[in-house]
Design a protein around this ligand. Sequence first.
Ligand code: KMH
Ligand code: ZN
Length: 294
Amino acid sequence: MTSDAAHRPAAPAARHATLITVAPTGAEADKAAVPALPVTLDELVATAKECQAAGAAVIHVHIRDDQARPTLDPRRLTDTVQALREGTDLIVQLSTGGAVTDSLERRLAVLDAAPDACSLTCGTVNFGDGVFMNSWPFIRELYARTQQLGVVPEFELFDLGHVSTLHRLLGDLGAPAGGHVHCDLVMGVPGGMPGDAATLVAAVAALPAGATWAATGIGRTSVPVMFAALAAGGHLRVGMEDTTSFARSRPVTGNAELVERAATLAELAQRPPMPPADARTMLGVPGLGGAGHS
Ligand code: KMH
Ligand code: ZN
């Protein structure tokens, strides 16, 4: 299936640098089991600053409540966007996926916090023992809202069928806010596409023409997916949302070390980390004038 929605291809410079997204928290890891997980606003901002210094340009954000449980509380989301803008130059991408237990209304309302960007998953997927629900009407409604509000979506693709749905979405509703299509292949979720090079190449071949893409491998697929993505000319997402082990029997000590490793590999691939300002240009995210943006 193809889509011919006109959208802006990435500038050539995008091929010479690596966009690194950090996903520091997620909705699944348990703070009690993973003490290094950033769950408070202070912890999140501190992590964000470290990750920016290490080479990240985008932060994919899930937040927690006072008991460190995942939440989509509107006030907390707004405060989080503001604090990250004040403290960093990172593109603030709020998760609209939340946790598998979140209601669709709450997930749609995430956009009211006015982030720069948001995740937008293009289909339902088994997610461990749960089901991550993304029906076609929900995907359409969420996408239309991103267009109305000018929030730049990142299309999250957990399976090859999600790529077909992305084509359908662009064909029906046109180009995204910002004018450019950027995707994230989320690989190795139990229930989704496997995290290996052959699957990555197949998924990339099916993407809309001119789209840019990153990949992230869940758990032990993290490192092989990183190598495969760099070899295929893609960008990277890393973070404790996706893996809490740095290596076999070696827990992650903090998100910054995952970003540092990604940045090192990107340098070796001769595509060094992309600064946040260049990432804004590539993705079509407007610049901001806050304290973190001086
Ligand atoms: N926590 C997963 C159920 C997203 O952020 O948009 C969904 C997820 C995707 O993490
Ligand atoms: Zn997420």
